[in-house]
Design a protein around this ligand. Structure first.
Ligand SMILES: Nc1ncnc2c1ncn2[C@@H]1O[C@H](COP(=O)(O)OP(=O)(O)OP(=O)(O)O)[C@@H](O)[C@H]1O
Length: 253
């Protein structure tokens, strides 16, 4: 762990999310708000999670992703990280066990995620024929933000990841690393209470990895639950909390 970095929240840091568009429209679904000296947020709690799809992919995993911290989820390829994030985010119903955030289950019965959660997907999930700005903007428009404001905030989010100059480019024309930064901008722009990022730095050079890590910390400093699945020891070291999976079982943390 990195001692004393901003994820170890002692006081509230101003950041981009202080003027978040979901707040500006008065409808931000996040149930917590950082105060001057205390972060008040809900933890994301997983209890006895088992997931079976032909075979057991997750086996009785219990852990808490704390609010106000950046948590690393590591493990070899195929160990179950993406499956666990999918259950934590309400995309998959666990075969057994429960998820809980702000007094409600993450599983809503449909596989549609709650509006107070944002993802950075391992495979990006971008719309190839839309521009980088449009790909970011739709995350806000889908949450009811007026289009002009959503576009304005998308521009700001692209700037956070150093790709303002790519706003008008169709994402199918971008490099893997550029697409990954667009995917980060789309996840981070929401200012959600939970941010689940699946290998968000896998295509990035050291400098851009540092940018993403700083943004993850900024999200946590607002009181959000921030989880990053990663193979990268440097990313694990930069996180506040660490859980490790192996063959669907929790083996460390
Ligand atoms: N829908 C599914 N049905 C059956 N098996 C699946 C399904 N989804 C994932 N798996 C399997 O579950 C295991 C865990 O996959 P998962 O993607 O969660 O691992 P991971 O730790 O995220 O891997 P990576 O680091 O390579 O992304 C793998 O063996 C995978 O093949």
């Amino acid at each position: 762990m990195a001692p004393g970095h901003p994820g170890e929240v002692r006081g509230r840091r101003p950041g981009p999310a202080d003027h978040h568009p979901l707040e500006r429209r008065g409808g931000r679904p996040v149930t917590h708000r950082a105060e001057e000296s205390t972060v008040v947020g809900s933890d994301l709690v997983l209890e006895n999670i088992t997931y079976v799809a032909g075979r057991t992919l997750l086996d009785d995993v219990s852990l808490t992703f704390p609010a106000g911290k950046v948590t690393a989820l590591s493990g070899p390829s195929g160990s179950g990280k993406t499956t666990l994030l999918s259950i934590a985010g309400g995309l998959l119903e666990p075969t057994q066990g429960t998820t809980s955030y702000a007094d409600a289950s993450m599983w809503q019965g449909t596989g549609d995620p709650r509006p107070d959660i944002a993802f950075v997907l391992q495979v990006y999930g971008l719309v190839p024929i839309l521009s980088a700005r449009e790909n970011v903007s739709i995350a806000l428009r889908a949450r009811g933000v007026e289009p002009a404001l959503a576009d304005e905030e998308a521009e700001v989010a692209l700037g956070r990841f150093g790709i303002s100059d790519l706003g008008d480019r169709q994402v199918e024309e971008l490099s893997g690393g550029q697409m990954q930064r667009v995917a980060c901008a789309r996840g981070f722009v929401v200012g959600a209470g939970i941010l689940l990022a699946d290998e968000p730095t896998s295509e990035l050079d050291e400098g851009n990895r540092g940018v993403v890590l700083a943004e993850l910390r900024a999200e946590a400093a607002r009181g959000s639950v921030v989880v990053v699945a990663t193979h990268d020891p440097a990313v694990v070291d930069a996180c506040d909390v660490h859980f490790a999976l192996d063959e669907g079982r929790l083996v460390g943390g």
